[in-house]
Design a protein around this ligand. Structure first.
Ligand code: AHR
Length: 323
């Protein structure tokens, strides 16, 4: 072989080696992450915004999202999780409709080595190794914030302040915790008294129906409505107006979520305060999924930052609201 040919062959070999060492030319396509997400349903304005945030962020982050709507049923969520396990998704996330009854299916996910992330609502399990992290609001604190607003608002009153409470879905974390936080603050305020408390299942229709029943039973004896979400408060506002009373004046209304509908009601003078519970969990969820797949350890609890919006701030805040 001529010397020039030898030099050329050595050069080709060296370039080839360099390409191999730098990874160029043999770079494998990065595997797309598949996330199975079981959503509760579409019971409220909040839930719709939550689903949208998850869908939009998954798309933006290039994550293959398999979304399943459980239509408020735990059995549907369990079926969806089993189907995600069968499909061998990379990560499972879900917003549990109720707190209890998840151990068996979560154990199946663990045995299949598929990590589970809880979003929005927590589960009540003895073994907390069944899920990796819980991303969402502090519902007890939301209940406390609602009650603190009321304590401040009624601080000069010595007469009884009668409250009716519209609870969220029976057995759900937000219903349990928002009640707990509220009661914790009012317990040593003897003039603040919960007259009636019933579930309105987080929906407008149920909120209206139950408020009608409260009004029928108590009439003008009701001074305050504490609703565990804005949708129930908005339904109740209709019932109060139909009963010839002025929501926001004859009956003070406190609710939770801070959706646009609540701001509209506040600007119309019909709702007094809403405690924020952000549904925009998509970015935190997708970043947790990516961190997990990159082998990072996640904190067990990722809490969402939130505020309180009294009606006086509504007009100023409304244009900034994203949900
Ligand atoms: O879990 C969050 C709660 O569920 C929201 O407050 C409510 O509106 C929703 O349906």
């Amino acid at each position: 072989m001529k010397k020039s040919k030898v030099v050329a062959a050595v050069m080709v070999a060296l370039v080839g080696l360099a390409l191999v060492l730098t990874g160029v030319g043999c770079q494998k396509e990065k595997k797309q992450i598949t996330l199975g997400f079981s959503q509760i349903g579409a019971e409220s304005e909040w839930r719709t915004a939550n689903t949208k945030s998850i869908e939009e962020t998954a798309k933006a982050e290039g994550i293959d999202l398999k979304l399943s709507d459980a239509q408020q049923k735990q059995e549907n969520q369990i079926k969806a999780i089993r189907s995600f396990i069968a499909q061998k998704v990379d990560v499972i996330a879900f917003s549990p409709v109720v707190e209890t009854g998840w151990e068996p299916v979560l154990r199946e996910a663990k045995e299949a080595k598929i990590p589970v992330i809880l979003t929005d609502r927590a589960v009540d399990t003895k073994d907390d190794s069944l899920w990796v992290t819980f991303i969402g609001s502090d519902f007890v604190e939301e209940g406390r914030r609602a009650a603190k607003w009321l304590v401040e608002k009624t601080k000069d009153r010595t007469d009884p302040v009668n409250i009716v409470e519209l609870q969220g879905t029976v057995g759900s974390a937000p219903a349990i915790d928002r009640k707990k936080g509220f009661e914790e603050i009012i317990k040593d305020k003897p003039q603040l008294k919960i007259l009636r408390s019933q579930t309105g299942d987080f929906t407008r229709a149920k909120g209206k129906e139950v408020m009608e029943a409260f009004l029928k039973a108590e009439g003008k004896n009701i001074h305050v409505l504490y609703a565990h979400n804005d949708d129930m408060a908005i339904g109740a506002i209709q019932a109060i107006e139909e009963a010839g009373l002025r929501p926001g004046q004859d009956i003070l209304i406190i609710s939770i979520d801070a959706v646009k509908g609540a701001f509209e009601a506040m600007m119309a003078g019909k709702l007094n305060v809403t405690v924020e519970c952000s549904p925009l969990l998509g970015p935190q969820l997708m970043s947790a999924v990516k961190d997990l797949m990159a082998g990072k350890t996640l904190p067990k609890r990722i809490v969402t930052e939130e505020g309180v919006f009294p009606m006086e701030t509504a007009a100023q805040e409304f244009p900034k609201r994203k949900y």
